[in-house]
Ligand binder design. Sequence first.
Ligand SMILES: [Cu+2]
Length: 375
Amino acid sequence: MPDDLHEQPTVAAAPLTPSPVPRRDFLMRAGALTLAIPGAGAMFAACTTQEAPDASGAAGGPAQGDAQPLGPRPGHEMTDSMGVAGTSGALPANAPAYHRYDPALPPLSRERTLRLSWRATEAPIRISEDRVVNGWTFENDIPGPIVHCRVGDTVEFTLTNEGNIPHSMDFHAAQVDPKVAFRSVVKGQSVTFRFQPKHAGAFMYHCGTAPVLMHIGSGMYGAICVSPREPLPAAKDFVLVQSEYYFGNTIDGVLQFDYQKMLGTFPDVVCFNGRPSQYIRDPIRVKVGDRVRFWVVAAGPNHGSAFHLVGEQFDRVYLGSPPQNFIQGVQTFAVPAGGGMVFECVCDVPGEFPFVNHSFGHGEKGSVGILVVEP
Ligand SMILES: [Cu+2]
């Protein structure tokens, strides 16, 4: 393990309580969350009657029932508004561009064999306007690509390691000898294996090279969504992979990850699809009457997701493989680290519905977004 993994972090973690930070900072953060949780607005508004609003008008947050604008309000850039820690400082000159991670489930292939040839890379990844992280990736993104196949399809997978340290691939949707299929390969080498998913559902994949905590914590994870042989009812399908970041020091504008912090399990950022609060800035949009299906994977490396959709109820949550194994009328359900579940609702009512990790310390750190149901 390189020594720099043990250095003291230079970036402070978000405080647990408001007490160590100025009151306005706390309220700005709290006000930011009310952007996602309209019902919380009154609570914070009540706290702020003696607080002079700042230039952004952010202190105090909106009153309950106020219409909420979408995306950050003036003065609320994504990072400082979300109570998350760490910036890259001056970004590197060749900083990669920021992009929204498309949450749409890709369509199924007509082919019954899915051939995937991916690269393991070590590359800087832009996770917000002002943060570039030292990512370890599948296919140069965090998370890696979304895989979509059917039960009984053949997935023929090749991983070629372009990184400097060994990497590997572990699909939770596979039944294979892990010593053979999930083995690590060094730079320039490849590993190929095949599997036929036996069960439908939302499954995690990740690099399984030791220490797995460091490889997942650095970005090597994603979702493989397995549809049943008989198609599920037509829906708008979205994939949300929740994960955490643990920041250490910054080298040349690139945030390093801190293995000791990962061991401590106290993250700086918790987010969906690799970018804190990205679907507040740019929501997921559907129409009234649409059935919405969220394929939720909790990649961790340490924490699950108490997945909840404010103002809606899940008609079904599939704990195991769809179309069986569902419970009905669900408000919140916990997806464990390393697990995945499928959440479904029919959007009967137009509006803006925040989807949140209802473990709110983690919601504050970026695992929030908005589902817009248009009339
Ligand atoms: Cu790896």
